[in-house]
Design a protein around this ligand. Structure first.
Ligand SMILES: [Zn+2]
Length: 173
């Protein structure tokens, strides 16, 4: 890293700290030649993930689009913004850690439903109706029956939320 002041090649690190979201590290440096101080940021390079849509078109995975979709489904439910953010984080991490770089929109949708199932039946049905493109009441009834035949495991104790997270989010794509 060249010094912005004198172009000298070497500097020393005075301080390192991770930024708020822990997505990058900020380093305060001092040029070994002229003592000029400057800041560098180190970031994780994320490998892009491609989503294959129903009509076979492709788009890159868009975290904020996923967040908006889940937020819409969870409107006026007890699901907190924090929970929604953590669902998006989990899905994002699952995609990043997978050896595959391509996922169908179907896989993403089913993944979201697995999480919403534990949070809110209303959000689950809403999300399913949009993503599975419900055509009419028959589709709602079918999904409601599926929910009823596989009842929820019960309320998640917020105090135990971290300990239950591993089993709760034990998903395989
Ligand atoms: Zn310098």
């Amino acid at each position: 890293m060249l010094c912005p002041n004198c172009q000298h090649k070497e500097s020393r690190v005075l301080e390192s700290r991770s930024t708020e979201a822990k997505q990058s590290i900020r380093r305060r440096r001092e040029c070994l030649n002229c003592k000029y101080r400057f800041t560098t940021y180190e970031r994780i390079e994320l490998v892009p993930v491609t989503i294959i849509k129903r009509d076979s078109s492709r788009e890159s995975f868009d975290r904020s689009k996923l967040l908006r979709g889940i937020l819409r489904a969870c409107e006026k439910t007890q699901v907190s913004h924090q929970t929604i953010e953590s669902i998006v984080d989990e899905i994002d991490a699952t995609l990043q850690q997978s050896t595959s770089r391509e996922f169908s929109s179907n896989e993403i949708g089913e993944l979201v439903l697995k999480y919403l199932r534990n949070e809110s039946e209303v959000a689950y049905i809403r999300f399913a109706s949009v993503y599975r493109k419900f055509q009419g009441i028959k589709d709602f009834v079918e999904t409601l029956n599926q929910l009823q035949n596989n009842p929820l495991t019960g309320e998640i104790d917020p105090c135990n939320d971290t300990s239950s997270q591993n089993t709760k989010y034990n998903l395989v794509l």
